[in-house]
Ligand binder design. Structure first.
Ligand code: SF4
Ligand code: SF4
Length: 169
């Protein structure tokens, strides 16, 4: 019985993982673009990401034949290559996408800044929802409908900022 419950908790159905991934990718896509200084990786250190973000990263790495080692304690992010470039940039997790585009001192890039920053409450809602998507997948084996509705609402709000954001020269 315990083993059976463990498998329900840790192995969500494939189609539900895909649904969860597409919700997270919608959020990623709605976050304002931010162009880094070429070769800069000053904010790339130890990062936290959720279960569903891990799935997105591993799938990207598999498709692109990228070897990555998920280690728990390191000074630099383990997916930086020898030229300080992110090996999984198109699949990078939420926190990496928020850095530089949020109106909060801890998330501000020291070198570049879009004309419009997204408010911290919106950034926190992104982090909360992606966390909840991961938890629901692990606990219920699916993303709850109300969470999907919250994603739609969040994406609408983010897109307003995305339209207004342009990186200053
Ligand atoms: S967000 Fe800023 S500090 Fe971080 S890598 Fe990009 S340019 Fe460098
Ligand atoms: S995942 Fe990529 S963007 Fe994020 S910290 Fe690591 S190297 Fe930097």
């Amino acid at each position: 019985m315990i083993n059976r419950m463990a498998s329900i908790v840790y192995q969500p159905p494939r189609e539900e993982i895909e649904r969860a991934k597409s919700l997270v990718l919608e959020i990623y896509d709605a976050i304002p673009d931010f162009e880094c200084v070429p070769g800069c990786a000053d904010c790339c250190g130890t990062i936290k990401f959720t279960y569903i973000e891990r799935q997105i990263i591993l799938e990207y790495a598999r498709k692109n034949n990228i070897k990555i080692e998920m280690v728990s304690a390191t000074k630099n992010c383990p997916v930086l290559d020898e030229n300080n470039r992110c090996k999984i940039y198109p699949a990078r997790p939420l926190i990496c996408r928020l850095f530089g585009v949020v109106d909060h001192e801890l998330l501000r890039c020291p070198y570049r800044q879009p004309k419009t920053l997204i408010p911290i409450d919106l950034a926190l809602e992104c982090l909360r929802i992606v966390d909840e998507i991961s938890d629901e997948l692990k606990i219920y084996g699916r993303v709850l409908d109300q969470t999907e509705r919250r994603v739609r609402n969040l994406v609408k709000r983010l897109k307003k900022y995305k339209r207004r954001c342009r990186v200053e020269d």
